[in-house]
Write a new protein. Structure first.
Lengths: 316, 162
């Protein structure tokens, strides 16, 4: 078990966790229509920073606040930096991670988790395992992606984007919106009051590269693993992926029902942030923890490559 | 090299992967849709998982791979479809612009429904602590890299936790 001792979010909705939570609670959305942000791409709806951000400074600015809050020393040998991203800094994933660790004077080689849309949850699972194995005392998990012509053109080619703000789990849903954000959680192995990461699980559907299994196989197995020994009524909130693509939301519905969780309250944050890719698992975990004051919070994600991941967090 | 013994091949570069595909697999046309990184991991997995298993050893249900350069070779190929005024973004290439797609290809081929994960690391030896802290009975693990056309390197192994 590992303990959350610091967190921060920088997104188009706010410069820290509290301003983001307040924006979500007030129903503010970062989603807008963009007609000329990138050359050639068709108009698209996304949640983007008003001023385009650079990847590394965005990550370090986000992590600085979380690290300060946690009281750990970023330059300590006991600290590992784990970066969750899908496209990094203009397709380069390793160099930005090295720059971020160097910025904080950290002596350990950082780890980049690149497991498609599940990366942010997988990175937290990696942190938990490394801390529990006694390899480090603290882990700084940073999730970040910024949108580019590369990504938007690809999702348009896939016909996965909704031309208007997304509608997760609605019969009218038309696809996803992309988004950009950075989010950081600091975990420690030392017992601490507040939120703790109890369990994590990753499973592949072994079915299709770009579409989830119709039976929700991987997602179901993840949910089964992280809810073992827990009564569904004791789960306060389940943060679904809820991309608002036809297949994802249908698959999640099947997986939730198979896991006996159909009556658990769920939250889908994509209408506020869009799909922030590598940041999603970290950002949506922080918002979930803030929305639930006490109890159990489950966060699930699914992504390209057929991979699914879920974690269970608890605050008593 | 296979189990420390050299494997003889006639071809080099991408053609070598096709040669190995014909020798060790040959009945999986989806191979030809894959990018080089996926072909490389697919072939290595095909060779290793096709080896006669020791009695009583559990089946591989976990895939943990890593490299330095993510999916940069295929990313560059996709980039070419949206560059120089020739804007025809290819969904077939875009799907391979994530390094973990190779773990998905292996999972589909071998019906692996356990954990699949891809890490980007500075050095090969940094994968060991990640593998050792991951729970599994039998895992296909290792380094799988394709940084440029015809430039690739894979070193995969099966690890059993008894």
């Amino acid at each position: 078990m590992v303990y959350c001792i610091g967190h921060n979010i920088i997104s188009p909705l706010g410069e820290d966790t509290q301003s983001n939570v307040k924006a979500v609670q007030s129903g503010h959305s970062g989603l807008k229509i963009y007609t000329d942000r990138f050359a050639d791409v068709e108009p698209f709806c996304a949640s983007l920073f008003a001023t385009p951000q650079q990847f590394v400074p965005l990550c370090t600015r986000c992590a600085e606040t979380a690290i300060r809050q946690s009281g750990i020393q970023g330059d300590s040998n006991d600290v590992i930096f784990i970066l969750s991203t899908t496209k990094g800094d203009n397709l380069d994933l390793l160099t930005p991670a090295l720059s971020i660790a160097r910025h904080f004077g950290n002596p350990n080689s950082p780890i980049v988790v690149s497991n498609a849309c599940t990366s942010g949850v997988c990175a937290q699972i990696t942190a938990k395992r490394l801390l529990e194995a006694g390899l480090y005392k603290h882990a700084v998990v940073i999730g970040c992606d910024i949108q580019t012509r590369f990504i938007v053109s690809g999702f348009q080619a896939f016909k996965a984007l909704s031309p208007e703000p997304c509608l997760p789990f609605s019969p009218e849903r038309k696809g996803l919106n992309l988004g950009e954000a950075a989010a950081t959680i600091v975990y420690t192995a030392e017992p601490h009051e507040g939120w703790r990461l109890e369990a994590g699980s990753i499973h592949n559907d072994a079915n299709h590269l770009s579409a989830p299994s119709r039976t929700g196989e991987g997602a179901f197995r993840c949910l089964q693993d992280v809810t073992e020994g827990i009564q569904p009524h004791s789960i306060s909130l389940l943060g679904v992926h809820g991309t608002a693509t036809s297949y994802n939301d249908a698959m999640e519905t099947v997986a939730l029902e198979r896991a006996g969780l159909q009556n658990v309250p769920i939250s889908a944050l994509k209408p506020f942030y869009g799909h922030t890719m590598g940041a999603a698992g970290v950002l949506e975990t922080i918002i979930g923890m803030q929305l639930v004051q006490k109890g159990t919070f489950i966060k699930m994600l699914s992504g390209f490559g057929g991979v699914n991941a879920a974690i269970q967090l608890r605050c008593e | 090299m296979l189990n420390g013994e050299p494997v003889t091949v006639q071809e080099t570069g991408d053609k070598m992967l096709v040669e190995l595909y014909r020798r060790y697999a040959g009945n999986y046309p989806k191979f030809f849709k894959m990018d080089t990184l996926s072909r490389l991991g697919f072939i290595a997995a095909e060779i290793l998982l096709g080896q006669p298993a020791d009695q009583g050893q559990p089946q591989v249900q976990t895939v943990i791979l890593a490299n330095r350069s993510a999916s940069i070779k295929n990313d560059t190929d996709y980039q070419a479809t949206i560059s120089d005024g020739k804007y025809y973004p290819s969904p077939a290439l875009f799907v391979y612009t994530l390094p973990n797609i190779v773990t998905g290809e292996i999972a589909i081929r071998h019906h692996i429904q356990g954990e699949t994960a891809f890490y980007i690391l500075d050095k090969e030896e940094e994968l060991a602590p990640i593998i050792h802290s991951t729970p599994f009975e039998a895992a296909l693990t290792g380094w799988c890299e394709c940084s440029k056309p015809n430039r690739f390197y894979a070193k995969l192994q099966i690890i059993w936790n008894n």
